[in-house]
Write a protein that binds this ligand. Structure first.
Ligand code: SAH
Length: 252
């Protein structure tokens, strides 16, 4: 029997960008009453402290090269604990359905007759730029944005030309391939002096904002560390009107 005295269930919960204050009220309520938490690398310690004091906390973060094995373990743990009648929280950074493989876990639970409920989270794709003073849309500057994965394996490159005409590009998991991505966007027709930014470790004490251009990134002159949201577009300039320029590192 679980903390709530009912049958097993999985809650697929978005933990937001890191700051516990950006968790939804529902996420905090479910965490406080759960039996097991399966959490990813980007989930902060402060958020884990909101789980029921007796809850079992299981780290299931993935590192490169072992994704498949870890994903199978996650499916097994979800099913095992839910079948044992537990309230299981599957906690993912940001929103669980934005590059989080959350939908695959949802499908596996359903295929196995396990009750599952989604609790959406605040995605870093929108909140990290926003908190840095970069709105993804702005009247007369940006009427559209796209959220893209930058985790493109060499030789298996995305067609960056497809995104050339979208006003604002938000690239997740794009730190490692940043020079390649910036060059691909320039080759696809975006101006080399187009503003770009990295927002690193959004909402944490170590948050750092880098303001630069596609050209500097393509030339390998911009240092950036994971996790960071990579934003390309003229909305990056709106920041000057919203926050102090001094708060960012500028590379031009
Ligand atoms: N589901 C998550 C995204 C998972 S992909 C969401 O909705 O936010 C992981 C990528 O998200 C990282 O490589 C980085 O690009 C971004 N990211 C997540 N948390 C972040 C944070 N606190 N600050 C900056 N980028 C973050």
């Amino acid at each position: 029997m679980n903390q709530q005295g009912s049958r097993g269930k999985v809650f697929l919960i978005g933990a937001g960008p890191g700051d516990p204050d950006l968790l939804t009220v529902k996420a905090a309520r479910v965490l406080a009453g759960c039996d097991v938490v399966l959490y990813d690398r980007l989930v902060s310690a402060e958020i884990l402290r909101l789980a029921h004091p007796d809850a079992e906390l299981i780290y299931v973060g993935k590192h490169e090269g072992e994704q498949q094995r870890v994903q199978r373990r996650i499916f097994d743990l979800l099913l095992q604990h839910a079948r044992a009648g537990k309230i299981v929280v599957r906690l993912k950074g940001g929103d669980p359905l934005v590059f989080g493989r959350g939908a695959e876990e949802w499908a596996v639970a359903r295929e196995n007759g396990i009750d599952i409920e989604l609790v959406p989270g605040v995605t870093s794709a929108i909140s990290a730029p926003g908190l840095a003073g970069i709105p993804l849309t702005y009247r007369e500057i940006s009427q559209s944005f796209a959220v893209i994965t930058g985790h493109c394996k060499e030789g298996l490159a995305q067609n960056w030309a497809d995104y050339a005409h979208i006003d604002t590009l938000v690239i997740l998991m794009g730190v490692k391939n940043r020079a390649y991505i910036a060059q691909a966007l320039i080759d696809a027709g975006r101006a080399s002096d187009e503003p770009a930014a990295f927002v690193e470790r959004a909402t944490s004490e170590k948050q750092r904002v880098v303001i630069t251009t596609l050209r500097e990134i393509a030339n390998g002159r911009v240092a950036a560390e994971n996790p960071a949201v990579f934003v390309v577009g003229h909305v990056v300039r709106v920041r000057e009107r919203l926050v102090e320029a001094m708060e960012a590192v500028e590379v031009f």
